[in-house]
Design a protein around this ligand. Structure first.
Ligand code: COA
Length: 154
């Protein structure tokens, strides 16, 4: 008889400097134009709400939220490629939304590449709506790509 081991639910905890090596490794695997280690360091230093998700001790996701003056901004949300498509991005965003509410935010904003169908679908499922386009916002292989600005009323 074989035993099928199912991974447990993710555990969420605040990100620390000690996590950055793993975070940057995932960032480089997940994004065509990844943030640098310095970008994450700056977010920690600035006191942004920085979270990691772990399963059985393995860091497999993270999110960064800036919440101030009644608004939240999702600056990064990522699940490691090998863990994608299993509902963990949704759980991570649920945490981000609750954290933003806890900071008194009334609206939550983010930017996404229109070509990022997985992220778009996730945000739409959570109730985010597109409110504007930032032209030529992101670098892209064939030049620049627009950013779709999305908002969720909290
Ligand atoms: C976007 C991301 C966080 C989603 O995380 P995930 O764990 O794969 O997503 P989930 O399994 O929780 O799925 C959430 C929803 O997105 C949909 N989805 C996930 N992957 C998808 C894909 N490749 N294509 C279309 N829809 C997809 C799911 O079907 C689900 O919607 P449903 O409830 O209607 O079925 C993840 O793909 C990722 O980290 N991508 C790289 C980094 C990135 O682009 N971050 C967003 C920057 S704006």
């Amino acid at each position: 008889m074989s035993t099928v081991l199912k991974p447990g639910l993710p555990r969420f905890r605040p990100m620390t400097e000690a996590d950055l090596e793993q975070v940057v490794r995932i960032e480089r695997a997940a994004y065509p134009y990844p943030w640098s280690r310095g970008n994450f360091h700056d977010c920690l230093q600035a006191g942004y709400s920085c979270w990691v998700a772990e399963i059985d001790g393995e860091l497999m996701g993270y999110a960064i939220l800036l919440a101030a003056a009644g608004e939240g901004h999702v600056l990064n949300c990522c699940i490691a490629p090998t863990w994608q498509g299993r509902g963990y991005g949704r759980m991570l965003m649920d945490l981000v939304i609750e954290t933003a509410r806890g900071h008194g935010a009334e609206s939550l904003y983010l930017e996404v590449r229109p070509s990022n169908t997985a992220a778009l679908r996730l945000y739409q499922r959570l109730g985010f709506e597109g409110i504007a386009l930032r032209r030529n916002y992101y670098p892209a292989d064939d030049g620049r790509e627009d950013a779709l600005v999305m908002r969720l009323d909290l």
